[in-house]
Each structure stands twice: as structure tokens, then as C-alpha cells.
Design a protein around this ligand. Structure first.
Ligand code: PGA
Ligand code: ZN
Length: 433
């Protein structure tokens, strides 16, 4: 059995030049696994806590020395001699050791770094690709008859960035494309890059700035204009919007929702202010006017009544993803399932903090017909674990950011390697209506 001998942690930097936690798990047989934790900007209130030092003299308070220290002392002591294949046992020990509901004592960044490094070390010890090892862990959770085949995900790709991710004036955070007509991952990526380059030509000077996730960050007159520019980019390639390439939105509306007066406050479009029912009307009009197949966080993270209404109105024809709403957590997703809020869940490892809990959320979603989209954060690194996770669990979709900036390409390229490794019979999720 692969046995943990040592944990090493250090502070490294993410794609915004902010500190984050890197962990190395060492196995007695010499195998080593490494993971780096990502970090969000449009962080939801229900996410597990990212522990930062708060010492203003060090990276403006963002250093993570405390979390690093927790890995090398308390966590290393608790996990010493553990079987690296016992991911559930390790994750349960981490959760128990922390003892809080939101991992605020040891830090979700410390905990996730360990949880993922352990999986990498186990894979290395077995001389296996990470997705093969993750697929074995995933399979063990399924009932006989449930599909466990590794599957290449359909990418949902950021084209124009707004909100907290870009300096432009757009309220909505991501204007994305999904190459719904693609029949393989390789073709999906090829179509995506073609649209991205076409969009650069459509935007001209507006394409010079890119947001945190590599999408263009132009100043445009309205949110609707961003959708129209992406449609222009698609039609200029003689592709058909909706049939070959469809539009998706991440409204990230929690971040312009004002709790005191229960309104969504727009910066653009004359600074209008909408109540929940008006937001739903707006999204419904957009879903009719544009070839939009997916809307994420169309309403704020605690607007459950609004989410129910939105789902009743649009849920049959449109994928409605809860990101801040569900925060990758079983309890919140259960509430959504029971109240028919949303029909899909964004999966971000660091919103919950361990691999095993992430598996549980994925499984709950799958068993209740909720679609799953494994997602990167706006602050990323060369760590490509999410590519392996999406394939291993057959999540169906992945959201990495745009096809620019190496922290994004690390994942797209990892998927190309996995696709090649899986060989000619590789399965691709495609886009099922
Ligand atoms: P975040 O953005 O990583 O800044 O939270 C990603 C998203 O909202 O999907
Ligand atoms: Zn989101």
C-alpha cells in the first residue's frame, strides 16, 4: 500500500500574482504528488474559507503562511502513515481535524492542497495517470449499472469578460461560447480558437485588454452588445449560432445584488436597478432573443424564491447553473433539488475543500438529473487537476476560462493529452439538449 511519509507545503503565486498554497505529498516508495490551490475573485458567501494571514506588510495581507504552517505541522502529524489510496479516510480526517463548518480553522486552502496532493501521489505511486486513479475512486462510489466511463467534457469558454474580472463597464461577468456542434474535444477546441480569433477581429482595439480568465475586456455600450459581438464572431466564420456554436452567460449576479434594497444594480445601460422578478423577465427575453443555452448565477446566492421562478420559466429549455448558489456543497444542492431551483451545478473544488466532498456533490447532482460543470477559478496556476477530475467523473462539461493565458492552456492541453491517452475509442460528452 502506498503510504504517506511526508507533507511539504510552500507559498507560491497564482495568475494574479497573489500567494496561494502548494502541497507536495511524499510516499514511502519515493513517489511524489503536487497540487496548487486556485482562488476566486467573485467569491460566494457560502464557500469554504480561504485562510490568509492578514498581515498588511506581506502581499497586502494576502500571504498564506498560516495555511502552509498548518499543512506542515498539525495536518502532517494527523495523516502520517496513512494509506494514500484511502482518499475518503484522509479527507474525513482533514474535515474532523479542522472541526468548523467552513474549514476556517486550518483553511480550505491548506486542506484542499493536501487532499489533491495525496491523490496525485497515489497515482504516481501506481504509475498511473491522475484521471485513471480518480476514475477508480469515482467508480467505487457508483452503484452497479451507473456509467463510470471516463468521458471528455464539452468546454464552455469565456470570450468576453466583465464584472469583477475585467476593467470594462459590463455588469455580467462572462460571455461564453459552447461549441455545441463539435463531435470531439479536439474539434471543440479548434472551433473555440477560431471564434476567439474572429472575435479579436470583430472587437479591433477592444481586443487589446484581456480579463483575469483571458476573455477580452472591451468597453461596450451594453451587456447585450457583448452577446451580439460574440454572435458576429461566430457568423463571420460561417458557423450557425445555436446550431454549431451557442452562447452561455455567467451573470455572477450576487456581485451586483444590493441586499439592503433587494435590487440588482447595473453600472451600464444608464445604471438601471432591477428587482428579482425584473431580472427574471430580462433573462427570459435574452433567452428568446439570443441563442443562449446556459445561464449561470442569473440570480443572487440567497434568492431561492427567484431561483424557483427562474427555473419554472426557463428550466426546460435552458441550463441554469448554480455557482454561488450551491457553492459545490451537498446541503445547498439538496435544497436546490428539493425546491426545484436551477438544473445544473458548477463544481469548484475549493468552494468545498476536499476531493471526497466534491465527488459527493457530483454524485448527488448526477442522481437527480442536474448537469455538472467542473470549473476553474479566476485565480489559477499551472495545476491542471480539474481536467483529470472532469474526465474521471464524466462531468459532461468544463469551464476553464478563455484560450489565452498559460494557466488556462495548462488545462486545455492536459485534456488533449488525456484524449490521446484514452485512444481512438475515447468518448466525448457532446451537447445533449
Ligand atoms: P471566480 O469566478 O473564480 O472569481 O469566483 C469564476 C466564476 O464565477 O465562475
Ligand atoms: Zn460563476
Amino acid at each position: 500500500m502506498p503510504t504517506l511519509s511526508k507533507l511539504v507545503a510552500r507559498q507560491v503565486l497564482d495568475s494574479r500574482g497573489r500567494p496561494t498554497v502548494e502541497v507536495e505529498a511524499h510516499c514511502i516508495d519515493g513517489a511524489v504528488g503536487r497540487a496548487i490551490v486556485p482562488s476566486g475573485a467573485s467569491t460566494g458567501r457560502h464557500e469554504a474559507l480561504e485562510l490568509r494571514d492578514g498581515d498588511k506588510s506581506c502581499y497586502e495581507g494576502l500571504s498564506v503562511h498560516k495555511a502552509v504552517g498548518h499543512v506542515e505541522t498539525e495536518i502532517a502529524l494527523a495523516l502520517h502513515g496513512f494509506d494514500l489510496d484511502d482518499q475518503e479516510g484522509i479527507d474525513a480526517t482533514l474535515v474532523k481535524l479542522d472541526g468548523t463548518t467552513n474549514k476556517s480553522r486550518l483553511g480550505a486552502n491548506a486542506i484542499l492542497g493536501v487532499s489533491l496532493a495525496v491523490a496525485h501521489a497515489a497515482a504516481a505511486s501506481h504509475h498511473e495517470e491522475l484521471y485513471v486513479h480518480l476514475n477508480r475512486l469515482w467508480r467505487a462510489k457508483l452503484q452497479p449499472g451507473e456509467n463510470a466511463e471516463p468521458t471528455m467534457p464539452m468546454p464552455m469558454v469565456n470570450m468576453i469578460s466583465g464584472g469583477l474580472h475585467a476593467g470594462g463597464n459590463l455588469d455580467f461577468q462572462d460571455f461564453l461560447m459552447i461549441p455545441v456542434g463539435a463531435t470531439s474535444y479536439t474539434q471543440a477546441l479548434d472551433m473555440t480558437c477560431a471564434v476567439y480569433r474572429s472575435l479579436a477581429r470583430v472587437l479591433g482595439d477592444g481586443a487589446r485588454l484581456v480579463g483575469d480568465e483571458g476573455g477580452f475586456g472591451p468597453r461596450l455600450a451594453s451587456n447585450g452588445e457583448a452577446v451580439e459581438r460574440v454572435i458576429d464572431a461566430i457568423t463571420k466564420l460561417e458557423l450557425k449560432p445555436g446550431r454549431d456554436v451557442a452562447i452561455a452567460l455567467d451573470v455572477a449576479s450576487t456581485h451586483f445584488y444590493h441586499e439592503n434594497n433587494h435590487t440588482y444594480e447595473f453600472k451600464s445601460e444608464g445604471g438601471r436597478s432591477l428587482i428579482s422578478a425584473e431580472m427574471i423577465d430580462l433573462l427570459e427575453r435574452w433567452a428568446t432573443r439570443y441563442p443562449i443555452v446556459s445561464i449561470e448565477d442569473g440570480l443572487a446566492e440567497d434568492d431561492w424564491e427567484g431561483w424557483k421562478e427562474l427555473t419554472a420559466r426557463l428550466g426546460r429549455s435552458t441550463q441554469l447553473i448554480g455557482d454561488d448558489l450551491f457553492a459545490t456543497q451537498v446541503a445547498r444542492l439538496e435544497r436546490g433539488i428539493n425546491s426545484k431551483a436551477g438544473n445544473a451545478v458548477l463544481i469548484k473544488l475549493n468552494q468545498v475543500g476536499t476531493l471526497s466532498e466534491t465527488f459527493n456533490t457530483l454524485l448527488l447532482a448526477r442522481r437527480h438529473g442536474y448537469r455538472t460543470v467542473v470549473s476553474a477559478r479566476s485565480g489559477e496556476t499551472e495545476d491542471a487537476t480539474i481536467a483529470d477530475l472532469a474526465v474521471a467523473t464524466g462531468s459532461g462539461q468544463i469551464k476553464i476560462g478563455s484560450v489565452a493565458r498559460s494557466e488556462r492552456l495548462a488545462k486545455y492541453n492536459r485534456l488533449l493529452r488525456i484524449e490521446a491517452d484514452l485512444g481512438p475509442k475515447v468518448k466525448f460528452a457532446g451537447w445533449a439538449e
